[in-house]
Design a protein around this ligand. Structure first.
Ligand code: IMP
Length: 432
């Protein structure tokens, strides 16, 4: 079993970090292959919470190597901040953490570009504001992208920035026209000084990580690939344009880590027992029932606020149509059902089994987000349970209604449920 991928099957925040952490004792290397500091993972160990947005969850496990692949976009100050905060919590990552020399770097002008584009009244995506989209644009546009390896060559970096920054200043001024907010202007030498400072500290972490991973596979090591964001935010197969700028499906691994697909032998799809989404975009099962409604209750009990931005997450019922779609696309072998405890105390629960669009019933996910926007959910209602289930550790001890709910999800998605999570701690896990 050389490669396992842990992938979210909704719009992100499915608690993938907990599953990666649980598998951590059984693996040698944890790899991130997409996204950047737009992700948010919280891992709770013995009541202590570690919040990570750029580093893989694996860094928490002693003896596990963590790799940030070439498909990730890296904001160096954030990288160093997370390394420092782990050190303060007693976790030293030196020698255990590597970042690809091909990973692209986020610069302050990327963040400024995103701020300007998102501050307009039209075309908003509701991004995390971390410069992710503009950095990926520069990567595929090729002229303005700078990779981690280039950071280590002072003369080259200065030369690249002298070429790029004036273009960026002109571009930002053009974007600001009509958008209202005043625009920041950048100086290439100032950025060079700042980033060369980071380079000093980053040097020991930068590697040819594709080779590192290929050598590890040849030596029989076991790898876990940790997808950032959810499958419905995948740039190709998600609810475009309300998606992120990378491939969050397992298909991103080959390109974003340099590991061929044949090594990925297990795909674990992670889902919440309900659905959440941050930012703009269609969400058929969204609960918009006001401050005293079920949506607000789930948000409060599930602490559904963005790890990165603190924004309240949009909350809704479990959407089996969407999860069937992503389970198929991702090639998931099984699902793990997270945050089941959050639903305790609700009299009844709904699961979306199909959509209605223009008087027709749809049982498949429309390939167009604008069509999805017009879909009405068709629900099946199941009884809820009153009991607090956070202390339960065995499947047989769950209330009958909770087991029925999980079993119905299993039937509708068509995959076995291997894990049910009833709380954030490692221990609060039921192996089904
Ligand atoms: P970006 O990735 O910052 O460009 O944001 C694009 C969209 O993806 C926005 O709707 C974000 O809220 C969403 N998004 C990005 N990262 C995450 C995540 O880790 N969890 C949930 N939503 C995310």
């Amino acid at each position: 079993m050389p490669g396992t991928c842990v992938v979210g099957l909704q719009w992100g925040d499915e608690a993938k970090g907990k599953i990666v952490d649980l598998l951590g004792h059984d693996c040698d290397i944890v790899v991130r292959y997409n996204g950047g500091a737009n992700a948010g993972h919280t891992v709770v160990v013995n009541g202590k919470a570690f919040k990570l947005s750029l580093l893989p969850t694996g860094v928490i496990r002693p003896g596990v190597i963590s790799v940030i692949g070439n498909g990730v976009v890296v904001y160096p100050p954030r990288f160093l901040e997370e390394v420092d905060s782990l050190a303060q919590g007693g976790i030293d990552v030196t020698g255990n953490l590597f970042v690809s020399d091909h990973a692209h770097i986020i610069f302050p002008y990327h963040i400024e570009e995103e701020r300007l584009l998102e501050s307009g009244s039209e075309g908003k995506i509701g991004t995390t504001g971390r410069g992710i989209g503009p950095c990926y644009q520069d990567k595929v546009g090729r002229r303005f992208g700078i990779r981690m390896g280039e950071l280590l060559n002072e003369a080259h970096l200065r030369e690249r920035l002298r070429f790029i920054v004036p273009f960026k200043n002109r571009l930002l001024t053009a974007f600001a026209n009509g958008h209202g907010p005043s625009v920041r202007s950048f100086d290439s030498e100032t950025i060079a000084e700042e980033y060369l400072g980071y380079a000093q500290r980053l040097k020991p972490f930068v590697r040819d990580t594709s080779r590192l991973l290929q050598d590890a596979l040849a030596a029989g090591k076991r790898l876990i690939f940790e997808a950032a964001q959810g499958s419905l935010l995948d740039v190709d197969h998600g609810t475009y344009p309300y998606v992120t700028s990378s491939s969050s499906l397992p298909s991103g691994i080959w390109g974003g880590a340099g590991v061929p697909a044949k090594f990925i032998t297990r795909i674990i799809g992670v889902v919440k027992a309900y659905t959440t989404r941050v930012g703009q975009g269609p969400f058929p099962t969204e609960l918009t029932d006001g401050p005293d409604g079920i949506g607000e209750r789930i948000r409060r009990v599930g602490r559904e606020y963005g790890t990165v931005t603190g924004r309240p997450r949009r909350v809704g019922w479990f959407d089996a149509v969407a999860v069937r779609y992503t389970a198929t696309l991702s090639g998931a072998d099984e699902i793990t059902l997270m945050l089941l405890d959050v639903l305790s105390g609700l009299t009844e629960l709904k699961i979306c089994t199909a959509y209605e669009l223009d008087g027709q019933q749809l049982t498949h996910f429309p390939s167009d987000a604008y069509q999805l926007e017009r879909c009405q959910p068709i629900y099946e209602t199941l009884p809820g349970w009153r009991e607090d289930i956070t202390g339960i550790r065995k499947w047989a001890d769950l209330p009958t209604a909770a087991r029925r709910y999980v079993e119905r999800i299993r039937e509708l998605v068509g995959l076995k449920v291997s894990v049910v999570s009833v709380g954030p701690d490692r221990e609060q896990t039921i192996m089904v």
